[in-house]
Write a protein that binds this ligand. Structure first.
Ligand SMILES: Nc1ncnc2c1ncn2[C@@H]1O[C@H](COP(=O)(O)OP(=O)(O)OP(=O)(O)O)[C@@H](O)[C@H]1O
Ligand SMILES: [Mg+2]
Length: 370
């Protein structure tokens, strides 16, 4: 069985390293300190938080994923769903039913699992005044048995646009009185998380201690990956593995994705060296081609030219004369416009003054296609 996992939270034997970070997170949980966990996409934020909560054995994990929420209603429903997942016992349903009677909660028993489930009236739209109510529910859950509350993809709260400030203010005003419950906010779109936690006029200004999740060091992660290859009697040499890290820009999720296909295109007792990378990448391209083509179809010629140039030359000095020349631009403002659009489409992101591909394999595909 292919031992490489990507795109999911990894824990236990699938979780590599991060001793110091786990210790830090556990320490903050023990002192009920709120933290904000930041890092690039697929670097391992959710896994680190999950592993720390499991390891510390102090509180039950109360996990709410805010990915893609669009309204206060969806924010509240996500929290309620997390409560239902945590508390399968009917006694708790009574409490939810009482607190949220206007949502006409109905309890039924799932015919397959025999577990009780709860559903709410979809035609009722929860408004700002529901936020304190659902947070009070969290508080009473925590009184029963200690909780660690994790809000993942927290930056998506800014999707609520004109409601975002009010939602944040209401969350903050409840959370600050729940001093026994550690809250962990996880997020990856740097400037959005900064907007929430470091802007003076944000209700969450300096409300949590920031922790950054960095890529795993080569030494440690490569040892872990080599062991995984060995479970299928495969050996990978350092040259190939270093190249994997390079293509994936050191991002653990992308490294594991590339290892997953390297495994697929090789067989037992095989020595994996650089020459296998081409087949592996082609397998990724075959799987992801449709989405690449879809992205390309959204771009104008100018935007595509700019993207190709970044794929080939990197995105460090996109306003330099040589970059503009190779991309066929003659003024920086048209580069800026193209980059703004490419960033909006979530193809590129900016990190420390450099524009990078969110998906490193899309970059590889573009330069492969020429
Ligand atoms: N400690 C780790 N050990 C091994 N692999 C890891 C580790 N952390 C992350 N990964 C790899 O990265 C992938 C993504 O991990 P995770 O979902 O925790 O990252 P994330 O930063 O929360 O990502 P996203 O930005 O998508 O929310 C995992 O499926 C796994 O392949
Ligand atoms: Mg995550």
């Amino acid at each position: 069985m292919n031992p490489f996992k990507y795109g999911t939270i990894v824990s236990g034997k699938d979780f590599c390293g991060r001793k110091t970070l786990l210790k830090q997170i556990i320490g903050y949980i023990e002192s009920s300190q709120h933290i904000v966990v930041l890092g690039e996409r697929r670097v391992g934020k959710s896994s680190a938080v999950y592993e720390a909560v499991l390891k510390c054995k102090i509180g039950r994990l109360f996990y709410v994923d805010l990915l893609g929420i669009k309204s206060i209603d969806s924010l509240c429903r996500r929290i309620l769903r997390a409560i239902v997942v945590l508390e399968q016992k009917t006694g708790w349903f009574d409490k939810i039913v009482k607190t949220l009677s206007y949502l006409k909660p109905t309890i039924s028993v799932d015919p397959i699992t025999s577990m009780p489930t709860i559903s709410f009236d979809a035609s009722v739209e929860m408004k700002a005044n529901s936020i304190p109510e659902v947070l009070t529910l969290i508080e009473s859950l925590g009184k029963k048995r200690p909780l660690v509350v994790v809000f993942d993809e927290f930056q998506d709260i800014l999707n609520l646009q004109e409601d975002a400030h009010e939602a944040l203010a209401l969350l903050r005003s409840k959370i600050q009185f729940q001093s026994d419950i550690p809250y962990i906010f996880v997020g990856s779109i740097r400037h959005k998380m900064d907007e929430i936690f470091t802007h003076h006029d944000s209700p969450f200004f300096k409300s949590a201690i920031p922790l950054t999740v960095d890529p795993l060091p080569y030494e440690e992660f490569s040892r872990f990956l080599k062991k995984k290859f060995a479970t299928g009697q495969r050996k990978i040499d350092d040259e190939a593995l270093e190249k994997v890290f390079k293509i994936a820009n050191n991002i653990p999720g992308d490294i594991q994705q590339l290892c997953e296909v390297l495994w697929e295109v090789t067989s037992e007792k095989e020595m994996i060296s650089l020459d296998k990378l081409k087949n592996a990448l082609e397998l990724i391209f075959a799987r992801e081609q449709k989405s690449y083509e879809n992205y390309v179809s959204l771009l104008t010629n100018i935007q595509l030219r700019c993207l190709m140039a970044i794929a080939k030359e990197g995105g460090k000095s996109v306003f330099s004369v040589s970059f503009m020349k190779s991309a066929g631009f003659n003024n920086p403002s048209s580069v800026q416009r193209a980059i703004t659009r490419l960033t909006k489409l979530n193809i590129l992101f900016e990190s420390g003054g450099e524009y990078r591909f969110i998906n490193p394999f899309f970059r590889a595909w573009l330069s492969y296609k020429g």
